[in-house]
Design a protein around this ligand. Structure first.
Ligand SMILES: O=C(O)[C@H](O)COP(=O)(O)O
Length: 230
């Protein structure tokens, strides 16, 4: 039975500062580094091994993955990076303090932007320095793929091809897989794997640095899942 571990990166500097992050490439805090070590130590203690890892293009997942694999003495395994696992693109909210946004727009509106699967945060334009088209790492994306804003259902739509075309084939080959991604790219993935309704995904929050273990059947449907906390 294939298992997969999903892991949100450790705490980032903008998580700590309560700032909308999205595709902003921020580092881990010392606490985030400690969370990543703890995740790796727990996986080691419970005998987890991996054949392949997947991260986003953002350093908070790449560094978390490195620390976890170091704890497992598995730094040598292949780790594939993909923009498709990036955090949800938060549009013009990126860089804004979440409490300041609540003061400006109202807490109800900000909650909708953060948790409603269909609410679009205010968009940027391609002239904005935050537009990913200015960043060399996204040069291979088409204009349609480069986001100006994203709701959760659009995040799921761009995560899903990576899941079906890359992760599912690896699982079918009995490879042991670890994915390190973000609060919202993982919410989207969990909605798909767990077949959550829109209402259920609205309630879903994924904490930093705690491995989520998914046990799947041969059809890659979830039979069990749990958080590895001790
Ligand atoms: O991009 C962000 O700000 C965080 O990674 C997730 O934020 P949220 O919990 O506000 O969606």
């Amino acid at each position: 039975m294939p298992d997969i571990v999903l892991l949100r990166h450790g705490e980032s500097t903008t998580n700590l500062a309560n700032v909308f992050t999205g595709w902003t490439d921020v580092d881990l805090t010392p606490q985030g580094v400690a969370e990543a070590h703890r995740a790796g130590q727990l996986l080691h203690k419970h005998g987890f091994r991996f054949d392949v890892g997947y991260t986003s293009y953002l350093k908070r997942t790449i560094k978390t993955m490195d620390i976890v694999l170091e704890e497992l003495d598995l730094l040598w395994i292949p780790v594939q990076k993909t923009w498709r696992l990036n955090e949800r693109f938060y549009g013009a909210l990126q860089g804004q303090n979440k409490a300041a946004a609540e003061a400006q727009y109202g807490a109800g509106q900000v909650l909708l932007w953060r948790r409603d699967p269909y609410a679009h945060p205010p968009a940027i334009t391609p002239a904005d320095p935050r537009y990913p088209g200015h960043d060399p790492r996204y040069q291979h994306l088409t204009d349609r793929e480069l986001p100006l804003t994203e709701n959760l259902s659009e995040t799921l739509a761009r995560v899903l091809p990576f899941w079906t075309e890359t992760v599912m084939p690896a699982l079918r080959q009995r490879q042991k897989v670890i994915v390190c991604a973000h609060g919202n790219s993982l919410r989207a993935l969990v909605q798909y794997i767990d077949k959550l309704t829109d209402e259920q995904v609205t309630q879903l929050d994924i904490v930093t640095g705690v491995p989520m273990v998914y046990q799947l059947n041969d059809n890659l449907e979830r039979v069990n899942h749990y958080l590895l906390t001790e």
